[in-house]
Design a protein around this ligand. Sequence first.
Ligand SMILES: [Zn+2]
Ligand SMILES: [Zn+2]
Length: 427
Amino acid sequence: MKRIALLLLIATPLFAQTLDERVSRELDSLLVMYKALHAAPELSTQEAKTSAFLAQHLRELGYDVTERVGKYNDPNATCYGVVAVMKNGAGPTLLVRTDMDALPVTEQTGLVYASMNSGVMHACGHDVHMTTLIGTAKILADLKSQWRGTLMLVGQPAEEVVKGAEGMLSDNIYERFGKPDFAIALHDWAALETGKIGYHTGEFLAATDSINLTIRGVGGHGAAPHTTKDPVVLAAETIVALQTIVSRERPPLLPAVVTVGKIEGGTKRNIIPDEVKLYLTVRTFDPALRQHIVESIQRIPKGLAIAAGMPDDLMPLYEHVDGESVAVTYNDPALTTRVANAMTGELGKANVVEVDPAMVSEDFGLFGVNRQIPTTLLAIGAADPAKLAAGTQPGLHSSKFSPFDPALTLKTGVRGAVSAVLELLKR
Ligand SMILES: [Zn+2]
Ligand SMILES: [Zn+2]
């Protein structure tokens, strides 16, 4: 009896390592990769080096990797999508996505591995997602005896401009690499403590409409406004009037956001310009409200232009930027529950929690092709618990955002993702 117990003790680390132990062993090298990615961010549609880095690591792990998958409307633009496939006998196909792009933000985290590319920053944690995917790929390559089917890892470019998923799909990835039976993705979350994973069944992230307005006028000398029709004043009135869409036109129980995030106009203080440009983002969940708001954004500026005495040929120009607009991200309830249960088994009940929907948007849902393929996007906690409690946690896209305790963030992400894959591709 004693001898058997002793043998078991010796044998345990070699043959029956827990997932926690396996991931812990990879953590140092994952952190090195994470810091390298964090220091070298690339903007949406320009992910040449980032995608090559991801492809190289996945290839070294034995995956069949194809680079530059995808195409954009502009035939001169390169779509840097990566598809890495590992076939492991008969069984379902699972797509696991990471995004790869960074944001036009000047980093102010003060980290020693802060961005070396001035004005560009991984402020949305896509560096966390890529590193988590590489860690997941490594463990699953080691654990081939524990799953079956096909693992299809996708490195998606241009998530921040919601173009990359569409770009990859329009390059027929499912015809070329196989159609998945389900698709999952993880995105870091600044409203959830590091060490936890969040899930939400049903509608999780909002639809986005990107809209450009050009408020036109008749320019002239700043000292003679009566000889002009001032588009700056009209743009200011328009911005304020647009706020009444959410406050006065929206059914109060339906969430919506109308934000004018960028204004462009004028050259000098004493010159009244000919036009001012407004760049809007609209977020909704309800399709009818989405339509209503888009119509209001055409009606209100036009009404104000008429009130300002603009002639017919100087009415505001409205442009809906289709390529930067996307539908609601919907988490298939059965798939989400199954994945969340598997993650709970690995991480414990306290660490896998339901999270609220959010007004941010994603194009990951497009991989579900009009909900033909069940998809779910989960949240990896990245917040400092103390800052979260104090209300001082920087959000995603902030120049001060970085995941709290990156080692724990990555470890949680990899343990969660591996347990999800082992459930969905179980033998
Ligand atoms: Zn983002
Ligand atoms: Zn993001």
